[in-house]
Design a protein around this ligand. Structure first.
Ligand code: SF4
Ligand code: SF4
Length: 437
């Protein structure tokens, strides 16, 4: 990839010696993306340029790169950043069993149950006391290459402030009043679209050792939203809710607390099938185990190292039997050739496996991302196809599909779900009010 970009840029400089660095950069980006998306030689795209005027060349290339949206989009909404490629940036897609080599901890955790369990589980790991995570991060430069090996490092800390908070959502959208219980940071799965890879500055997994201190009525105060059966709080924002549960046993304390507090609901949001603890403890209606689901082809191509759709649905069946409610998240919905059939198949499967009366909600969100994530995805997943689609800069600085496409995704999925069961609660995540209507 690095070499290809270098060659495109060099050829453009030879063909247009008077163009400055920014113009060459933008044209390089466009030619690289056209060549990748349409599977044609970049030289062919360069040879096809007959104009000499930069603006005209850019217009022709933009039309080629964005054939569906060019005519409906303002120029400033096309995002054409520079490339940012280091050595060894490609993600490691092998399935990993969590077995950290280095365990960093702060002195205040050593009497915690989690620290002692980890000591027993990973006796061969190198245990190293640190003054604070903040100081450690200052002294250890983060890089994508190190992020690719994050499974080697575990940080055990006491969380002081950020256990419970309102979901940050994004400006100008229909907020669903979700609240988050922060049970860790980092994940071992490798979803090509994962926002953590562009957000996280820690090359490791962080687990808090003092969760139980925060499971009290005065600290857990979710906000009501009439759409849902109870005020909602959930984990799974900065990590998968259950991926580490066999190590942390966090579900023990959480389930115990919410079984006693049935005027609010708790959601474990996951792609995993790590449900043994949940099954052992047994659930109640206000505890919702929810799965992020996708079209099978998208799971195969983008949700690397995660369980198959069938396995997620079988885990949901077991959780229902153990007394839990369930939920599903079509998030992110990804456009690809055949998306209509792909997502229909997943909806059919959900309602074949699960009795709708146990489903507390199904959310839908189309693929979106902070603009800066685009460069991270392309270096970590150079063979990805998701970025070949037409993403445009939105009102909040995020890249999204064009509005009309998003509306057609939502209408299609909501209609299919309502045909299965008209009473299932559906909602859109991070969408503007007018689209949500
Ligand atoms: S709509 Fe999505 S992002 Fe916004 S508050 Fe709800 S869950 Fe959070
Ligand atoms: S499961 Fe969620 S947190 Fe984990 S890699 Fe995938 S998107 Fe990221």
């Amino acid at each position: 990839m690095k070499e290809k970009i270098f060659l495109i840029s060099k050829k453009l400089q030879q063909k247009f010696p008077k163009f400055g660095i920014n113009k060459i950069r933008e044209l390089t980006r466009l030619i690289f993306e056209i060549s990748k998306k349409d599977s044609i030689e970049y030289q062919k795209v360069i040879d096809g340029i007959i104009d000499k005027d930069y603006e005209k060349i850019k217009e022709v290339l933009l039309k080629q790169r964005y054939p569906k949206t060019y005519h409906k989009t303002k120029k400033e909404n096309f995002y054409l950043p520079d490339f940012d490629i280091g050595e060894n940036d490609k993600a490691d897609l092998s399935t990993k069993k969590f077995n950290p080599k280095n365990i960093y901890y702060t002195a205040d955790v050593i009497n915690s149950a989690l620290y002692n369990r980890i000591k027993n589980l990973f006796p061969k790991a190198n245990f190293c006391e640190i003054e604070s995570l903040k100081k450690f991060l200052k002294e250890h430069k983060f890089s994508t290459e190190k992020y690719n090996k994050r499974y080697e490092n575990l940080f055990l800390v006491n969380e002081k402030y950020d256990f419970f908070k309102r979901c940050p959502c994004t400006k100008g959208v229909n907020c669903c009043n979700y609240s988050i219980l922060n049970i860790g940071f980092g994940c071992l799965y490798e979803c090509s679209y994962c926002f953590l890879q562009g957000y996280q500055n820690v090359a490791g997994i962080i687990l808090p050792c003092n969760l139980s201190e925060f499971l009290t009525r005065d600290k857990i105060k979710p906000v009501d939203n009439k759409m849902f059966f109870l005020p909602r709080v959930g984990s799974g924002e900065f990590t998968d809710s259950l991926i580490f549960d066999d190590v942390t046993h966090f579900s023990d304390d959480i389930v115990k607390f919410f079984k006693k507090n049935k005027d609010m609901s708790f959601e474990f949001k996951t792609k995993s099938v790590n449900i043994d603890n949940l099954l052992k403890i047994g659930g109640s209606e206000n505890i919702v185990v929810s799965w992020s689901v996708n079209a099978k082809q998208m799971i195969e191509e983008n949700e690397h190292c995660t369980p198959r759709l069938e396995d997620r649905l079988k885990a949901a069946q077991k959780c229902i039997k153990a007394g839990y409610s369930v939920g599903f998240h079509f998030d992110p919905v990804i456009l690809y050739d055949g998306w209509h059939e792909g997502y229909k198949e997943t909806i059919d499967m959900i309602f074949d496996f699960i009795d709708a009366k146990y489903i507390k909600w199904i959310s839908i969100g189309s693929l979106r991302m902070a603009a800066s994530l685009k460069k991270v995805i392309e270096v970590r997943f150079p063979d990805n196809k998701i970025m070949d689609e037409e993403f445009l800069l939105s009102h909040d600085g995020k890249l999204r599909y064009e509005e009309g496409e998003r509306v057609s995704i939502y209408r299609y999925l909501v209609d299919l779900i309502k045909q299965k069961d008209k009473d299932v609660v559906t909602y859109l995540c991070m969408e503007r009010q007018k689209i949500s209507n």
